[in-house]
Design a protein around this ligand. Structure first.
Ligand code: 5GP
Length: 175
C-alpha cells in the first residue's frame, strides 16, 4: 500500500494565520514575557514560526511526552520522556502544540505544568479536531485552524516519522 498527500491547508494559508495568531498573542501579553513550552517533536515547526512573529520577549523550553497508542490514536497513558530544563514558578507559560485530538495528552500535561506554580498557563495549537475531544477541561486559548476528523501530516506532524518537513498541512490517503 502506498500513500499520497492531499493538501488541506497550503503554505500561504498557514503562514498568514500564524501571523494573525502571533499578533493577537503579542497584543494580549503586552508588557509581559512569555515562556513558551514546545511539545516535541510535532510542535517544533509551529513554535519556531510563531515565536519569530511574537513581539514581546520570549523564552523557550521543550518537553517530550509519549502517549502509548498506535500510529493514529493516543491511549491516554502519558509518560514524560524529556522534562523541561527550567522551573515554571511565576512565569507566563504558553504551551505550544501541533494538534489536539482526544485532548488526553494535553489534559495530562496541563495538570503537570499547573502544579509547578506558573503565574498563568495558556494553550496555543496549530490544529484542533474539536469533534474528537473525549476529555473535558482542555481550554484552547489560541487555535490556528479547526479541522475535520482526518489524519494530517506536515508542519511538524508525521506519519511513521515521515512528512514532518512538509511546509503545508496535508491528509494522508492510502491507495
Ligand atoms: P490526543 O492526546 O489529543 O488524542 O493526541 C494528541 C497527539 O496525537 C498529537 O500531539 C499528535 O502527536 C497525535 N495526533 C493526533 N491527531 C493527529 C493527526 O491527525 N496527525 C498526526 N500526525 N498526529 C496526530
Amino acid at each position: 500500500m502506498s500513500e499520497k498527500i492531499r493538501v488541506l491547508l497550503d503554505e500561504e494559508t498557514v503562514e498568514k494565520r500564524i501571523c494573525e495568531v502571533a499578533a493577537r498573542i503579542s497584543e494580549e501579553y503586552k508588557g509581559k514575557e512569555i515562556h513558551m513550552i514546545c511539545v516535541l517533536k510535532g510542535g517544533v515547526f509551529f513554535m519556531c514560526e510563531l515565536a519569530k512573529r511574537i513581539t514581546v520577549p520570549v523564552t523557550l523550553d521543550f518537553m517530550s511526552v509519549s502517549s502509548y497508542g498506535d500510529d493514529t490514536k493516543s491511549s491516554g497513558v502519558v509518560k514524560i520522556v524529556k522534562d523541561l530544563d527550567q522551573p515554571l514558578e511565576d512565569k507566563e507559560v504558553l504551551v505550544v502544540e501541533d494538534i489536539i485530538d482526544s485532548g488526553r495528552t494535553l489534559s495530562y500535561l496541563l495538570d503537570v505544568l499547573k502544579r509547578r506554580n506558573p503565574n498563568s498557563v495558556r494553550l496555543c495549537t496549530l490544529l484542533d479536531k474539536p469533534d474528537r475531544r473525549v476529555v473535558k477541561g482542555v481550554d484552547v486559548d489560541y487555535c490556528c485552524f479547526n479541522i475535520p476528523d482526518e489524519f494530517v501530516v506536515g508542519y511538524g506532524l508525521d506519519y511513521a516519522q515521515k512528512y514532518r518537513n512538509l511546509p503545508y498541512i496535508g491528509v494522508v490517503e492510502f491507495e
